[in-house]
Design a protein around this ligand. Structure first.
Ligand code: TZP
Ligand code: MG
Length: 219
């Protein structure tokens, strides 16, 4: 499928370990709040496995499809194909982009997590459809990686990276607009919505902030 970069504007990510809420309810609330993309990332202590994981992925995929929200699966091309996701998201430690592309062909979009300019260039050259860039700010969700700051996004653009960029790591309604102004196409976030007291409100606030930071862009 062809990726419309606007669909990456407000990109919510979570799995059951990230939240106290019922996952179906949480995704529905976030969609009511205006998110444009969702990534199923079932990872960490207590994460579902096997049939349970597959069943949840199917249910969440159905919710996303019903509302026209892009659906990605973290790390697992086989699961992504199985549930007919829109795409798969891979990290630097996962299978190579080339091998994933061989496996999924053009059926799935491929997103790649990057921290450095070098990794972003490699992802672009290898045919990724978008990159995640971060962690932008300090985050509890993925500890141990020093934040690159929002200026990193501007550096990627100055270096000629043309792929859609989704900024991730410590994104909140308060900082999303500023990050977008550095040239991001979207913001991706876990805690800001998955751990919010009012997830729908939080999703709405972060989506509006991202829109405000998008401003008028050429093309
Ligand atoms: N990749 C880079 S930072 C991060 C991932 C998956 C975690 C983002 O989580 P949060 O809670 O939005 O900071
Ligand atoms: Mg990974």
């Amino acid at each position: 499928m062809v990726l419309d970069r606007k669909a990456l504007l407000s990109y919510f990510i979570f799995g059951t370990p990230d939240t106290k809420y019922d996952p179906i309810w949480l995704l529905e609330q976030a969609i009511e709040g205006g998110i444009t993309a969702y990534q199923f990332r079932e990872k960490g202590p207590g994460a579902l496995t096997g049939e349970e994981r597959l069943a949840l992925a199917r249910r969440l995929r159905a919710v996303a499809r019903r509302h026209g929200v892009l659906f990605f699966v973290d790390d697992d091309p086989d699961l992504a194909l199985e549930v007919e996701a829109d795409g798969v998201h891979i990290g630097q430690e996962d299978e190579s982009i080339e091998r994933v592309r061989q496996r999924v062909g053009t059926k799935l979009l491929i997103g790649v997590s990057t921290t450095t300019l070098e990794q972003a260039k490699r992802a672009e050259a290898a045919g990724a459809d978008y990159i995640g860039a971060g962690p932008i700010f300090p985050t509890q969700t993925k500890p141990g990686k020093p934040p690159v700051g929002p200026e990193h996004v501007a550096r990627l653009r100055e270096a000629g990276i043309a792929l859609p960029i989704v900024a991730i790591g410590g994104i909140t309604p308060e900082n999303a607009e500023g990050v977008m102004r550095h040239g991001a196409d979207g913001v991706a976030y876990i805690s800001a919505v998955a751990r919010a007291d009012e997830p729908k409100k939080a999703a709405r606030a972060i989506t509006r902030a991202a829109e405000a930071g998008l401003g008028p862009r050429g093309g």
